[in-house]
Design a protein around this ligand. Sequence first.
Ligand code: IPD
Ligand code: CA
Ligand code: CA
Length: 272
Amino acid sequence: MSLPITEIASIKEKVIQLAKKVGDNIEAELKNFTKESIEYKGINDMVSYVDKEAEKEIVKELKILLPGAGFIAEEGTGKEAVDGYNWVIDPLDGTTNFVHGIPIFSVSIALMHKKEILLGVVYDPNRKECFHASKNGGAYLNSTKIQTSKEQKIKNSLIVTGFPYATLENIQPYLKCLEEIMRKTHGIRRLGSAALDLAYVASGRFEAFYETHLNPWDVAAGALIVQEADGMVSDFKCESNYIFGKEIVASCSENVHEAILKIIHDSFLPSK
Ligand code: IPD
Ligand code: CA
Ligand code: CA
């Protein structure tokens, strides 16, 4: 890591201010937004001027904050990823909620150096909750330090996930997994913002989160926040390819992590 810790802390404070400014503008735009403004990137994959303008504003400011860094941003703003520092940005995580007027969405911004996430900020403008972390610096909700739930037992755990929506071809393993989780836990939720799902694991509201088909901008900031809150994050093989690998499990404890991985494993890879 070549940026000194003090500099990362000061960059994070500026990113928090930026996420709040952009997030509050998104929330304010909710009252003007009409479904005529929806564009489709794919089946059920929506975007609008709100996502695009938010991303442009974020990229414009981050270019000034760290000149030379690359961008991995959902709507493709900014120059491409480079071999050093990269910003990983989801300007509006929860677009489907936003376009339906459901107040559950967030702004997610992370800074990576090569494969390491240095800082992550997830801002929920509807609740004015800003979750943030820097590498080895702990995790926070606004100014309060957060930690994952102390729960060790899957049967006492509340789980959050996201459902695939573009292609439902391989739906059976998901349904099997849902059934097992319903049988073995306190229950399951689908909020519609993966960044907030992770932030809620970090702050002890959920014991675990799992999802497939996510992109780096959905998970980079939230994954660091979970880890800095003493949680565990992995891919479905319990390895570390969860940013680019399109499979993620995040949880509060080793026991809960193992139990979720076993359910996933038994559902997605049933023994013949
Ligand atoms: C989506 C949300 C959702 C998840 C989807 C993501 P978007 O991001 O994070 O919770 O289930 O797979 O694509 O499109 O609203 O930025
Ligand atoms: Ca997203
Ligand atoms: Ca998005």
